[in-house]
Design a protein around this ligand. Structure first.
Ligand SMILES: *Cc1c(COP(=O)(O)O)cnc(C)c1O
Length: 406
C-alpha cells in the first residue's frame, strides 16, 4: 500500500482508522505453508485474539486456515464467520469446567491445560477426544530471557508432572488425541525451539492414540528496520525433518499444527491517526494525535516500538517528535522519534498494527473505537464502522430508567 492510498482511505473513512492489507495476510499464510510443505498433514490455526474482525476471519477461512480460540465467545465468533466446528481449536487458560463442556458440546476440539480440570472432565466424559497442553520449561544456556515456558508460568501442565498426568488418563480411560505447547516466547533461536519440540515428542510417546501435535506459535516479526525475525524457512526445514522422523517412529502420520497470530496479521495492519496539535516546549516537540492507548496500547503496555510515518509528507525533512495521545494520562507512542516534518492536520501511519491493536482497544475516556478497513483488490472496504454515542450508552441503565421500572 502506498502513502497516497492510505491518505485517500483516511479521507474517505475518517480518522482514526485501522487498515489491513489482504495480500500481506495471504502472503504470510502461503510463506508458512510453503516452509512446511514436506509435512504431509499440516494445519494452520489462526490465533484470532490477535485480530478478531469477522471479515479477517472469513478471509483466512477462504485460504484454508483453521482457528485457534481462547474463549467461548471467540468460538462463537468463529462459527458466526463460517468456520465449521472441526476447524476450530479451543485453548483456554483458567476457565471453568462448565465453559469447556459448553465448547465441547459445539463440536470444537478442546485443549486442557491443568490437572484438576483434566481429571474432572475425564471422569465425566471419558470418550471425548482431548488435547493436552504441556509446558516444556526449556532453559537455554541458563538465560531466562530466551527460556521457553518459564517454570513459574501459569500456562500448560509441567512436563515434570507427566507421571501424574499419565495416571489420570489411565484411571479415567480418557481419549488423548493431541499434545500441545505454546510457549509465548519469540522463536529466534531455532535450536531452542527444536529442543522444546523434542520434549513434546517425549511427552507424546506416553500416548498411543494421537492424531496431531500442536507446536503453538511464537513467530517473531520485524517491528523496526533491521529487526531480527524468525527464520521460518530454516525452522520449516529442520522441524519438518524431525517431525517426519517422529511420525515414522510413532507409526502414524500425525498432523502438525501451528497457531500463529502475530505472524499472519501484524505487518498487514496500519493505524492512521491525525495530528491535532504540535506543541513545542523548552525541551521537546510533541505531536498530539486524535488517539491514545484506548486505540493502540502496545507501546505503553508492552513497551513495543511501532514505526511511524508521516504519510501526508513522506519525503519531508526529518525532525524529532514525541508522539503522544489525547488520553488524560501519559500515553506516549514514541519518544523523540525522527519523522518527516509534521504540521497540524497531517496523517500518521503506525506500522505493525494488525496484531493485538484493535483487539485490545477500549472506550477509555469515553472515546469511540476506530473503524476498520480491509484493502483488497486495490480498494478499501469498510469492515467495521466507527462507533457512535449509541454504542457508549447501549448497555447502561440510568437512574430515571430504574425509577420507571419500580
Ligand atoms: C496468543 C496465542 C497464540 C498466538 O501467539 P502469536 O504470538 O500472536 O503468534 C497461539 N496460541 C495460543 C494458545 C495463544 O494464546
Amino acid at each position: 500500500m502506498q502513502p497516497k492510498d492510505l491518505l485517500q482511505l483516511s479521507e474517505q473513512f475518517g480518522s482514526p482508522l485501522y487498515v489491513y492489507d489482504a495480500d500481506k495476510i495471504k502472503s504470510q499464510y502461503n510463506r508458512l505453508t510453503k516452509a512446511f510443505s514436506k509435512v504431509e498433514k499440516l494445519r494452520i490455526n489462526y490465533a484470532m485474539k490477535a485480530l478478531s474482525n469477522v471479515a479477517i476471519l472469513q478471509l483466512l477461512e477462504g485460504m484454508g486456515s483453521g482457528l485457534d480460540t481462547v474463549s467461548i465467545q471467540e468460538v462463537q465468533l468463529g462459527l458466526h464467520a463460517g468456520y465449521s466446528p472441526e476447524r476450530i481449536f479451543y485453548t483456554p487458560n483458567g476457565v471453568s469446567l462448565e465453559e469447556i463442556e459448553e465448547v465441547n458440546a459445539l463440536g470444537v476440539q478442546i485443549n486442557i491445560d491443568n490437572l484438576s480440570i483434566l481429571e474432572q472432565f475425564g471422569a465425566k466424559h471419558p470418550n471425548v477426544p482431548v488435547c493436552i497442553r504441556i509446558n516444556p520449561h526449556v532453559m537455554a544456556g541458563g538465560n531466562a530471557n530466551i527460556s521457553v515456558g518459564h517454570i513459574d508460568s501459569k500456562f500448560g501442565i509441567s512436563v515434570h508432572q507427566l507421571p501424574h498426568l499419565v495416571r489420570i488418563v489411565e484411571n479415567t480411560k480418557m481419549n488423548i488425541v493431541g499434545i500441545h505447547m505454546h510457549t509465548g516466547s519469540d522463536i529466534l533461536d531455532i535450536e531452542v525451539f527444536l529442543y522444546a519440540a523434542e520434549i513434546l515428542f517425549d511427552a507424546a510417546r506416553h500416548f498411543k492414540n494421537l492424531d496431531f501435535l500442536d507446536f503453538g506459535s511464537g513467530f517473531k516479526v520485524p517491528y523496526k528496520k533491521d529487526d531480527i525475525e524468525t527464520d521460518i524457512e530454516e525452522l520449516g526445514k529442520k522441524l519438518s525433518k524431525r517431525f517426519n522422523e517422529f511420525c515414522t517412529e510413532y507409526g502414524k502420520n500425525l498432523t502438525l499444527i501451528f497457531e500463529p497470530g502475530k505472524f499472519l496479521v501484524s505487518e498487514a495492519g496500519q493505524f492512521l491517526a491525525k495530528v491535532n496539535v504540535i506543541k513545542q516546549t523548552t525541551s521537546t516537540v510533541f505531536a498530539g494525535i486524535d488517539s491514545g492507548f484506548n486505540h493502540l496500547i502496545r507501546p505503553m503496555f508492552y513497551g513495543s516500538s511501532h514505526h511511524i510515518e508521516n504519510i501526508s509528507n513522506p519525503k519531508g525533512k526529518e525532525r524529532f517528535y514525541s508522539v503522544v495521545g489525547y488520553i488524560c494520562e501519559t500515553d506516549t507512542f514514541a519518544n523523540n522519534r525522527r519523522i518527516s516534518e509534521l504540521k497540524e492536520g497531517d496523517i500518521l501511519s503506525f506500522k505493525n498494527a494488525g496484531a493485538y491493536c484493535y483487539s485490545m482497544a477500549s472506550n477509555y475516556n469515553s472515546r469511540y473505537r476506530p473503524a476498520e478497513v480491509l484493502w483488497m483488490n486495490g480498494q478499501g472496504h469498510l469492515i467495521r464502522a466507527h462507533e457512535t454515542f449509541e454504542d457508549l450508552i447501549k448497555n447502561q441503565i440510568g437512574l430515571p430508567q430504574i425509577a420507571t421500572a419500580q
